[in-house]
Design a binder for this molecule. Structure first.
Ligand SMILES: [Zn+2]
Ligand SMILES: [Zn+2]
Length: 347
């Protein structure tokens, strides 16, 4: 089995898990183009991916998802809750209050009047000696459509910036009509294993401020690899899932002091620190020292904050924990990066 962390951090997350026969992308938090670039750098072939599995709907995990899934035409696995939240996120909403509706209708009336006046002025300016086809004012519906298209008046969320799509024309046409369109969609339930090719996947619920967040253990031919990032603390179900794991991508998001003294507004600090935020170096070290079973050949620290952490602080905290544990020699400690992929780990 092989794990390749393409990117890890609040600006984008993506990891390839491969067995002899199957290749799975965990999250697609970089643009489709960047994912292709990083896969090429690490010797992974995007055209050989069998599926994409999604941990949760935060943009750093799904930013490149629709474009990539449509281009590759492969199934995307979500929980139903995560899928619903993702659909809401990428579908522009145009609900408005009565007051906003009145304002909007007034703006439309003005736009229509201006369009009619411009058409009339253009008609008057025509030289009567040279008959030309009369300029019709655009139909009212076209004015309304243009207005809505150029100024979505009260949409709360807009879909992410479109990338040039290189998918099949019929898929592009469906995506045009439905921003949440995916060529193939599969659902899984947290706590219930499922298989893709020859990889068994055990999704486990994580405490995080998303609709239905999950981590995963991937198992093939007796080798187990885990992805556990974006969690506020490590509850018993996660501790249980991380037993007998050979390679683990584990969050070590922030240094507590750096976060407290750092640039984030108070409300964001509270969110990160909360039971549904992110794991601190200290919490991760505590887990490694007290709960971890020492089974891994490699532990990768990931989702390291660029504002509230220094990679060496994360490494030091984990190393100290593992020395106390007496298992450092058996554990290669690696750091996943935001800007560059990590060399593949093969077992
Ligand atoms: Zn994240
Ligand atoms: Zn998240």
């Amino acid at each position: 089995m092989r794990m390749t962390v393409l990117a890890s951090g609040s600006k984008g997350n993506s990891t390839v898990i491969s067995s002899a026969r199957t290749r799975i992308l965990v999250d697609a938090g970089l643009s489709c183009r960047e994912l292709h670039r990083r896969m090429a750098l690490t010797g992974e072939d995007p055209s050989k991916l069998d599926a994409i599995v999604i941990t949760h709907e935060h943009i750093d995990h799904v930013g490149g998802l629709p474009v990539l899934a449509r281009k590759l035409g492969i199934p995307v696995y979500f929980t139903e809750g995560t899928h619903r939240a993702w659909v809401r996120m990428v579908t522009p909403r145009t609900t408005m209050s009565y007051g906003q509706w009145l304002d909007h209708m007034q703006a439309l009336k003005i736009a229509r009047a201006e369009t009619s006046a411009a058409a009339a002025a253009a008609a008057n300016a025509l030289d009567p000696e040279v008959p030309e086809p009369a300029i019709e004012p655009p139909p009212i519906q076209a004015v309304i459509d243009a207005e809505l298209a150029t100024k979505p008046p009260h949409s709360h969320r807009l879909p992410p910036e479109p990338e040039p799509e290189e998918c099949a024309p019929e898929i592009a046409e469906k995506a045009q009509r439905d921003p949440a369109y995916l060529p193939s969609l599969q659902f899984f339930k947290p706590g219930t294993s499922f298989t893709i090719g020859d990889i068994e996947i055990c999704p486990f619920t994580t405490p995080h401020d998303a609709a239905d967040p999950c981590g995963f253990v991937f198992e093939s031919e007796g080798i187990r690899m885990a992805v556990a990032t974006d969690l506020g603390y490590i509850p018993p179900n996660v501790k249980a899932a991380l037993k007998r794991v050979d390679v683990m991508l584990l969050e070590s998001n922030h240094d507590l002091e750096m976060l407290r003294d750092g640039p984030y507004p108070w409300s964001v600090k509270q969110r990160v620190l909360s039971r549904v935020g992110h794991l601190s170096n200290e919490t991760t070290a505590q887990f490694l020292e007290q709960e971890y079973d020492g089974h891994c050949t490699s532990i990768i620290l990931g989702h390291i904050s660029e504002s509230n952490n220094i990679p060496e602080l994360a490494r030091l905290a984990a190393e100290r924990a593992l020395i106390n544990h007496g298992t450092l020699l058996g554990n290669r400690l690696l750091l996943a990066h935001q800007s560059t992929p990590l060399d593949s780990i093969n077992l």
